[in-house]
Design a protein around this ligand. Structure first.
Ligand code: AMP
Ligand code: MN
Ligand code: MN
Ligand code: MN
Length: 277
């Protein structure tokens, strides 16, 4: 069975509504699908219904933004209760501050790079203004012809050391994992290869993640090289974490696509092993 347990709709920073994301996943051969919007549960009802119509099994998910030792880390929650008030309330607080941060990003882009109109331009791409994300700015920069694509936007702007990067304090690791567990879910460390952590810092992160109640590492994801998939598979085994698989699809021609991921190494314990699929 083909599991894809990480992707985004326009409820957060994806380009398509949940039902269209579902259609795309189904066409690419996904059997068990999770929608994991950033800090938002608002797309889950629509996604569940669309998944049923497409003949896919659905897993309620979320991807929570975390600040750990000054780095932004993402924690995916799977099989969470979409009606959990603890989780919904916590996510509302995590989302708070995005609009003010977006104003600062726009101010910086104008002052440091002479790029005007970025706040309104990014907002035009955001379905929910409280979820305004760097991805929406990247889409605006591409649309305005400042960059050729999102990759270039995240190389020249919006990242530490480049114009338009505004540090932000997200949730703590312990809180984020705790909310996922309180909502009955399983916590997965998203795309560990993207954080640029040293081996020592990664060990510390994995230990803290385990202590907090984390269960799995996302080993197979759109942004990992084959080498990183091997490396994080080995780390999952050594730390006795389960392993997860998800494209991190955001939109057509925006990087990872459904149906293009390698299978999880059969030597790993899939996070979904005891889910009855
Ligand atoms: P934010 O939560 O506003 O900081 O935005 C983070 C989002 O930006 C991530 O979820 C990704 O979708 C996107 N992103 C960050 N870095 C990159 C990158 N190097 N390439 C493409 N997308 C990126
Ligand atoms: Mn994103
Ligand atoms: Mn992420
Ligand atoms: Mn993601």
């Amino acid at each position: 069975m083909n599991f894809d347990l990480h992707c985004h709709s326009n409820v957060s920073d994806g380009a398509l509504p949940p039902a269209e994301v579902a259609r795309r996943a189904a066409r690419a051969g996904v059997d068990v699908w999770a929608l994991t919007d950033h800090d938002q549960l608002g797309g889950l009802a629509q996604a569940r219904e669309a998944a049923r119509a497409e003949g896919m099994r659905f897993v309620d998910g979320v991807e929570i933004s975390v600040t750990w030792r000054g780095s932004t880390i993402h924690v995916v929650g799977l099989r969470i209760d979409p009606a959990s008030e603890t989780l919904a309330g916590a996510l509302e607080r995590v989302r708070g501050g995005r609009i003010e941060r977006a104003r600062q990003i726009a101010r910086e882009l104008e002052e440091a790079a002479g790029i005007t109109g970025a706040f309104d331009g990014a907002m035009r791409h955001a379905e929910d203004p409280t979820m305004i994300a760097r991805t929406h700015f990247a889409r605006y920069l591409a649309e305005a012809g400042v960059v050729a694509d999102l990759r270039e936007a995240f190389r020249r702007f919006l990242v530490p050391g480049k114009p338009g990067y505004v540090p932000h304090q997200w949730a703590s690791l312990t809180d984020a994992v705790g909310w996922i567990l309180a909502a009955g879910g399983h916590a997965v460390l998203a795309h560990p290869g993207r954080y640029g952590l040293s081996a020592g810092a990664m060990e510390a992160l994995l230990n803290e993640f385990r202590t907090a109640g984390g269960e799995a590492l996302e080993v197979v994801t759109g942004s990992h090289s084959p080498e990183q998939m091997r490396m994080f598979g080995a780390l999952a085994t050594r730390h006795a974490f389960a392993a997860s698989r998800g494209s991190d699809f955001h939109g057509p021609e925006e990087g990872a696509e459904f149906g293009s991921l390698p299978a999880l190494d059969p030597a790993l314990r899939p996070v979904w092993r005891d889910w009855g699929f």
